[in-house]
Design a protein around this ligand. Structure first.
Ligand SMILES: CC(C)(COP(=O)(O)OP(=O)(O)OC[C@H]1O[C@@H](n2cnc3c(N)ncnc32)[C@H](O)[C@@H]1OP(=O)(O)O)[C@@H](O)C(=O)NCCC(=O)NCCS
Length: 352
C-alpha cells in the first residue's frame, strides 16, 4: 500500500485536520473500547492543545495515496524536555503509541510507523522505546517485532450495584478506630499551595513505589508546577478530581488517593493512584482512604455506575484491596519495551 505520513501539530491544526483526526479517533474508540462512552471532540481538542509542557510531543497521521481525507493510522511519540523534572531519571526513553485502523492492518503501516518512531528516537539520542497495548493485534505485533513484554497490567472495573456497601462503611469506620490521631482531608480540584510541596512528595513516592517490573523506566517526579498543570488540564477539559489525603497527629501526610470524572464519560469514573507512605503501612489507611473516597463519590457523582482502574498484575497490595472492594478484571494489557538497536535490526530484516 502506498502510504504517507503527515505531521499533525495540535497547537496549529486546522479545523479540517481536526475533523479528519476525530473521525479516525472515533473509529479507533469503537475498535479499542467498544460500548464505552466516547470523549467529545471539543474535550479531546482542549486536552491535546494543552498537551504536556514537560514533553516534546510529536504526532503523525497516515494516509493512503490519493485519499488525503481519510486517516488510517496514527503515531504518537513523546520524550521529556531537558527542563522537565523527570528528565534526569527518564532521559533515555521515548514513549510511543502506534495505531492502524483494522481494515488496513497487516499491510506494513505499523512497520512504517515504527520506522518513523525509530528515526525520531535516534535524532533525539534515545536508546529505549516504550509503548502499551490491550488489543490482540497489538500483542501479536509486539511479539513479531521482538519487543520485550516488560509489564503485564490489568484493567479492573467496579460495578457499584455489586458493591458490599456495608463492608465499605466498615472500612471507613475502622480507619479512625485503628488510627485515632489520623484525619482525612479532601482536596477537591486543587491542592492548596501551602501543602503542595509535601503532597507532591507523597504523590511522587506513590507513583514510583508502584511496581515497574521489567520496565527500564526511571522515577517520575511530580513537582507542584507539574501537578498544577495536570489539575488545570482536568478543569479546562470539563473534568473534576476527587482527592483525599490522610494526615498523622504530627501533621505529616501519610497517604492519598484520587479519582477523576469527565461528563463525557457519563456513568464511568477513573480511579487514579493510591499511596500510603511506607512507615504508615499495615494500619488499614489504604482501605480507609479508598472506602471514604468511594462513599463521597457516590454522593457527589450519583450518575456513576462503574469505577475503572489499572494495576500491574504484580501489585499484590493494591489488587488485594481492589478485589475485596469488588473490582473485576475487564481486560489484560501490557507495556512493551525495545532498544533502538533491536528496532533497527527488525527494520533492517524487512520485518516479518
Ligand atoms: C499494532 C498495529 C499498529 C500493527 O499495525 P499493522 O499495520 O497491522 O502492522 P504491519 O502490517 O506493519 O505488521 C508488521 C509485522 O507485525 C506482525 N503482526 C502485526 N499484526 C499481527 C497480527 N495481528 N498477528 C500476527 N502478526 C502480526 C507481522 O509479523 C507483521 O509482518 P507481516 O505482515 O509481514 O507478517 C495494529 O495492529 C494496531 O493498530 N493495533 C491496535 C493498537 C496497538 O495495539 N498498538 C501497538 C502498541 S502502541
Amino acid at each position: 500500500m502506498d502510504v504517507s505520513l503527515v505531521s499533525f501539530d495540535s497547537k496549529t491544526a486546522s479545523s479540517e485536520e481536526w475533523a479528519r483526526f476525530h473521525t479516525f479517533r472515533r473509529i479507533r474508540h469503537e475498535e479499542q473500547n467498544p460500548g464505552d462512552p466516547v470523549t467529545e471532540d471539543a474535550t479531546s481538542e482542549t486536552w491535546m492543545r494543552r498537551g504536556n509542557p514537560e514533553a516534546e510531543e510529536i504526532r503523525f497521521a497516515a494516509f493512503r495515496h490519493g485519499k488525503p481525507e481519510e486517516v488510517i493510522g496514527w503515531l504518537y511519540f513523546s520524550v521529556y524536555r531537558e527542563e522537565a523534572p523527570s528528565y534526569a531519571t527518564r532521559e533515555k526513553e521515548a514513549r510511543v503509541s502506534l495505531q492502524v485502523l483494522q481494515p488496513y492492518r497487516r499491510r506494513g503501516v505499523g512497520r512504517m510507523l515504527l520506522a518513523k518512531a525509530t528515526e525520531l528516537a535516534r535524532e533525539r539520542g534515545k536508546s529505549l522505546v516504550i509503548g502499551g497495548t490491550e488489543e490482540a493485534d497489538g500483542f501479536a505485533f509486539v511479539e513479531a517485532i521482538g519487543a520485550q513484554v516488560a509489564q503485564r497490567n490489568r484493567e479492573g472495573r467496579l460495578y457499584l450495584d455489586q458493591v458490599d456497601w456495608e463492608m465499605v462503611e466498615r472500612w471507613a469506620e475502622e480507619g479512625p478506630r485503628r488510627s485515632p490521631r489520623t484525619t482525612l482531608q479532601w482536596l477537591g480540584d486543587h491542592v492548596p499551595d501551602d501543602i503542595a510541596e509535601e503532597y507532591c512528595e507523597v504523590l511522587t513516592e506513590s507513583l514510583n513505589e508502584a511496581p515497574r517490573d521489567e520496565l527500564e523506566t526511571g522515577d517520575t517526579i511530580i513537582t507542584p508546577e507539574v501537578n498544577r498543570h495536570w489539575e488545570d488540564s482536568i478543569k479546562e477539559s470539563g473534568g473534576r478530581a476527587l482527592e483525599v489525603m490522610c494526615r498523622e497527629g504530627d501533621g505529616a501526610i501519610s497517604g492519598m488517593t484520587a479519582m477523576g470524572y469527565w461528563p463525557d464519560d457519563k456513568t464511568m469514573i477513573q480511579q487514579f493512584i493510591t499511596g500510603v507512605r511506607p512507615p504508615y503501612r499495615g494500619r488499614g489507611l489504604g482501605k480507609w482512604l479508598k472506602a471514604a473516597n468511594l462513599l463521597r463519590m457516590r454522593q457527589e457523582f450519583p450518575q456513576v455506575t462503574v469505577v475503572v482502574t489499572g494495576n500491574a498484575t504484580t501489585n499484590a497490595a493494591m489488587l488485594s484491596i481492589n478485589e475485596r472492594l469488588g473490582f473485576r478484571k475487564h481486560r489484560d494489557s501490557i507495556m512493551a519495551q525495545m532498544s533502538l538497536e533491536a528496532m533497527d535490526e527488525y527494520l533492517k530484516r524487512g520485518g516479518g
